[in-house]
Design a protein around this ligand. Structure first.
Ligand SMILES: NC(=O)c1ccc[n+]([C@@H]2O[C@H](COP(=O)([O-])OP(=O)(O)OC[C@H]3O[C@@H](n4cnc5c(N)ncnc54)[C@H](OP(=O)(O)O)[C@@H]3O)[C@@H](O)[C@H]2O)c1
Length: 320
């Protein structure tokens, strides 16, 4: 079959021939119609993600939409290595797939599920987000951050604050429902003061962090309190992505002087069963009322050329 194939961790995949998958017990063959080029797909392909098997060669692609042999149109959340989803056919565990509602097309579902999981599963499964709470999205200008703003609102957030470094993208995020924006392109002291004002005046309950690294350090500085008689509001801080850096330095005083509770949300932080259940609920919600996102569909034979050519806030979806 035709597929994208990774033969080296430091080079983009190439469109070439790869062996067809054969289904084992409790597995199904999927004829793939659409699969998204998510950040995790790239990190797995360059061997840097914690889920990487370290074995070459393999077909990249985490999830996708396709047809089962009985004709059912499904979303499938994973495949069995070395068979990824950037191929004409893939193989998945029966438990990893579910039907796609008729109201949603293949490309939209393939584009949306992984970035949506980052906030939908985080808010509904990793923490029990309650209607009326306020959310700050750190790194709100990317595909996942823009969906996070819309999802937080859809789940009943009272106030959503969007933080990012690109002013034009922040303006777009306002149109998607953010009540307020914080530019990361400020002098460090001014940025910390912006967070202090936001937390003091508007009581932020939840942070969804797509950046980590120094932007996370500045935000945490903003919730660190001075004085012995402060009354700290609880802040559930969800680590979700790390595009700005893989580590942070966390002062002890931040944890002792604030109501900070640190969480992470991703594969492993809750069971796959719960992630899949929550994604099915999300899909029904998306079918009821669409979410806005930038999507570019492209033929899979263009995989090598498009691998590193992403446009801001646009998810590339390959069609085999
Ligand atoms: N845990 C989960 O469940 C889960 C699920 C999906 C995604 N993620 C993770 O979430 C992160 C974002 O994913 P995505 O799909 O939204 O990616 P994306 O569409 O490529 O967006 C990345 C965003 O981060 C911004 N950015 C990059 N470096 C930055 C920095 N140093 N300071 C400020 N902003 C910076 C980019 O802004 P510019 O345009 O200005 O460069 C862009 O808006 C990734 O780490 C991804 O792996 C996690």
């Amino acid at each position: 079959m035709n597929a994208a194939v990774v033969r080296a961790f430091d080079a983009p995949p190439r469109y070439e021939s790869f062996a067809d998958p054969v289904a084992g017990d409790e597995e199904l063959i999927v004829t793939v119609s659409a699969a998204g080029l998510h950040q995790i797909v790239k990190s797995l392909a360059n061997g840097k993600h914690y889920g990487s098997t370290g074995t070459l060669p393999f077909v990249p692609g985490l999830d996708g939409v396709g047809r089962l042999e009985d004709g059912k149109r499904v979303f499938f959340a994973s495949s069995r290595s070395p068979f990824g989803t950037f191929a004409e056919r893939s193989v998945t565990a029966r438990a990893m797939c579910f039907l796609v509602p008729d109201a949603l097309d293949d490309v939209t579902v393939a584009a949306m599920m992984n970035p949506a999981m980052s906030s939908w599963a985080a808010l509904t499964e990793r923490i029990q987000f309650a209607r009326g709470e306020s959310v700050l999205v750190l790194g709100a200008t990317g595909v996942a951050g823009q969906l996070a703003v819309q999802i937080a609102k859809r789940l009943g957030a009272k106030r959503v604050v969007a933080a990012g470094r690109d002013q034009r993208a922040l303006d777009a995020v306002k149109r998607l429902g953010a009540d307020s924006v914080i530019s990361l392109n400020q002098d460090s002291k001014e940025l910390v003061a912006s967070y202090q004002r936001e937390f003091a005046e508007n009581k932020i309950d939840v942070v969804l962090d797509y950046l980590w690294g120094s932007p996370a350090e500045r935000l945490l500085e903003g919730i660190t309190q001075k004085g012995l008689l402060q009354d700290a509001g609880r802040v559930r801080y969800l680590q979700i992505g790390s595009v700005a850096g893989p580590t942070i330095s966390l002062p002890a005083a931040t944890l002792r002087s604030s109501g900070l509770a640190l969480y992470g949300s991703g594969f492993g932080s809750v069971s796959m069963k719960r992630i899949l259940e929550s994604l099915q609920v999300f899909l029904k919600e998306a079918a009821r009322k669409p979410f806005e996102m930038g999507i570019k569909a492209a033929p899979l034979r263009d995989v090598e050329a498009l691998w590193d050519a992403a446009e801001p806030a646009v998810r590339v979806v390959f069609r085999p």
